[in-house]
Design a protein around this ligand. Sequence first.
Ligand code: NOJ
Length: 469
Amino acid sequence: MAFPAGFGWGAATAAYQVEGGWDADGRGPCVWDTFTHQGGERVFKNQTGDVACGSYTLWEEDLKCIKQLGLTHYRFSLSWSRLLPDGTTGFINQKGIDYYNKVINDLLAHGVTPLVTIYHFDLPQALEDQGGWLSEAIIDIFDRYAQFCFRTFGDRVKQWITINEPNTYALIAYEMGIFAPGVPHPGTGGYQAAHNMIKAHARSWHSYNSLFRREQKGMVSLSLFFGWSEPADPNSVPDREATMRVISFTLDFFAKPIFIDGDYPELVKSRVASMSKKQGYPSSRLPEFTEEEKKMIKGTADFFAVQYYTTRFVKYQENKKGELGFIQDMEIDYFPDPSWKGVGWIYFVPWGIRKLLKYIKDTYNNPVIYITENGFPQRDPPSLDDTQRWEYFRQTFQELLRAIHVDGVNLQLYCAWSLLDNFEWNDGYNTRFGLFHVDFEDPARPRAPYTSAKEYAKVIKNNGLEGSS
Ligand code: NOJ
């Protein structure tokens, strides 16, 4: 069976992970520059994105990879601090505009549609210094940045992601302090950051809608991460309820307000309120949306963008001591099946993606779905003949075909993560997700295709898997 005619085939990257050129041509520092330069072994071998894949100067090499794959779409992100060095439109860096203009124009000249992420984890340091995503002021500032992007590139870019994985970033950066800026705020920071991210996204969607949509005719959404979750014991009511809480606290937390009614899931609201009460807080640690904000947030996405990597089993685990934290609020334990093979946090579970897509179809009124990231890594040193990894992609495509043809899911685009091996946040260059190998020891950063790239190119060419059913 083939994919539907016109199905989009992409690969994705993100600015800080591939560009390098961290201080080139007037780029301002972002939180990852500060974080990696501080050292302290928070990143594998204290590696940094200072040079990364060098895509800032080696864009033409990336374009060759894109052509070799035959991609219909390329997803990349704009470095906020390359365009606006202090994060505000007070000073605009023309060199940054020139770079992205070249990328966009080259893609279009080669028949490749750009899918552009406005913000992918790399907040300008100047904005972090004013409170970052914990401060409400960021909502207005983000909206102005997004408007600047629409105004500058929107004549050619028609598919936009405002914020990449706000659910991951709020949790790992502002709750746990593992990602930059690296300061933990258990039980409060994740909710506060997420709250501001939802409002910032919604505001910028409205800006697009009222100021740019008529002329530019594009689409705007945000990319949500979800690791599929299954009850450890399907016959256990506490395990089934715990699994529902994982879905509510991570995926629905963002998707329900944005796609349904402007407000958080009841399960999340009641649970954080009761935990907060037990802990002696005067009110819930989860901020509330006003009625006006709910109206503003509801319906602010033009398609459903989701990123899937892996699956976990979930068990109820009582928070006996009333510990403070996002995971503790859910009262869950979260683990892989011992038979699953894994690299780092990613276990080989291609079937989870079909369940996730079906859940989105059923819960969110059968939306158009884009998979804006999916992939499986190798540890360094990798093998160019990555047949095992290709098996993950191949089985994933089988699951996608079933989702489309059996479950009736309206999936229209798939992006592999990633075009290139790149800076994998705290894992540095030790975890390689690329379809193309990058030699990080060589100053020329040569790219070479893995077996997965060659196989993916065939899938794209055939718009399907050969001999699959
Ligand atoms: C999702 C993030 O968007 C991306 O930056 C990251 O590299 C991949 N997950 C793999 O962990």
